[in-house]
Design a protein around this ligand. Structure first.
Ligand code: ZN
Length: 293
């Protein structure tokens, strides 16, 4: 063995040792009960209610679009190793339906939010009062799973329920004095806001966002914008803003973000945003678009 080979061998061995160590250092055993949620709103609720006694994993990655996400093998293994699985159902996270029977076999409790509602549109969380159902469902499961920390979960849930009541009040007051009622949105994610607060949203796509809406639909919405004197077209984070910009240009309107809160981007996370703060931001955007006093 000459010197160079010896040197390379030693360097190689050292590198392997360092890599192995850093792997062990970076691997952290999840703390307490492991809860896996298909998407952000459920993960948010679990984290708020479960606090320090649980570790929450969100399957839909930051900024990804929930409706069309396909889980990786790593996601599946994470789900099958958790103590509780939370999904929305109703077609929002259709991939999770395919896991239900095997989860049932392995005895992992599953919460399917859509089972608790009678309406078709799966975007329940966008209504602060419907979001309370999410809190109650998660709280009840955590209490079942870990009854010795029952009081802790109940108190956390109570705080969040109160915050949601306050959010609802902000919406009622904030949207009570608007000169317009019509808005244009990208997909039917805000139907419960319309129903709850008496607004009319015209949407480009249906229940799930589309990449390429028909030129006919775009033209119809442009006509509608003119008819209702709409000066702001809402786009969404998970969908390209191109279509909203096209309509806005055609009618001389502005584009603004209305967040469906299906997932948070890395930047929104870094800025400390949460369900509540994004809902408040949405309210400000709506007030501006609908010209509320
Ligand atoms: Zn959606």
């Amino acid at each position: 063995m000459n010197r160079t080979t010896l040197f390379l061998t030693i360097t190689g061995v050292l590198l392997a040792v360092v890599l192995l160590f850093s792997f062990f250092l970076s691997y952290k055993e999840p703390k307490g009960f492991v809860v896996t949620a298909t998407f952000y709103p459920l993960a948010y609720v679990a984290q708020e209610v479960g606090g320090e006694y649980i570790t929450v994993f969100t399957i839909t990655p930051p900024g990804a679009e929930a409706h069309h996400y396909e889980p990786t093998p790593r996601d599946i293994s994470r789900i099958t190793r958790s103590h509780l699985f939370l999904m929305n159902g109703g077609g929002l996270d259709p991939w999770a339906d395919r896991l239900l029977s095997s989860l049932q076999e392995s005895g992992i409790p599953v919460v399917v939010m859509a089972d608790r509602f009678t309406t078709q549109d799966p975007h329940f969380w966008i209504d602060p009062l419907f979001m309370k159902e999410y809190v109650e469902a998660v709280r009840d499961q955590l209490v079942l799973l870990d009854s010795k920390n029952k009081i802790y979960y109940q108190e956390n849930a109570q705080k969040l329920l109160l915050a949601l009541n306050n959010l609802h009040k902000e919406y009622v007051i904030g949207l009570s004095t608007c000169s317009k009622r019509d808005a244009i949105v990208m997909h039917e994610a805000f139907g419960y806001i319309e129903a709850r607060y008496g607004l009319v949203f015209h949407s480009l796509a249906g229940i799930s966002p589309e990449a390429e809406p028909s030129p006919r639909r775009i033209a119809d919405l442009a006509d509608l914008a003119r008819e209702h004197n709409i000066s702001i077209i809402f786009f969404e984070t998970q969908v390209s803003p191109r279509v909203a910009t096209t309509i806005a240009k055609e009618v001389g309107a502005e584009t603004r973000l209305l967040h469906p809160i299906e997932s948070l981007s890395k930047q929104e996370k870094a800025e400390g945003h949460s369900y509540i703060s994004l809902m408040q931001k949405n309210l400000q955007e709506l007030r501006k678009a609908l010209e509320c006093e």
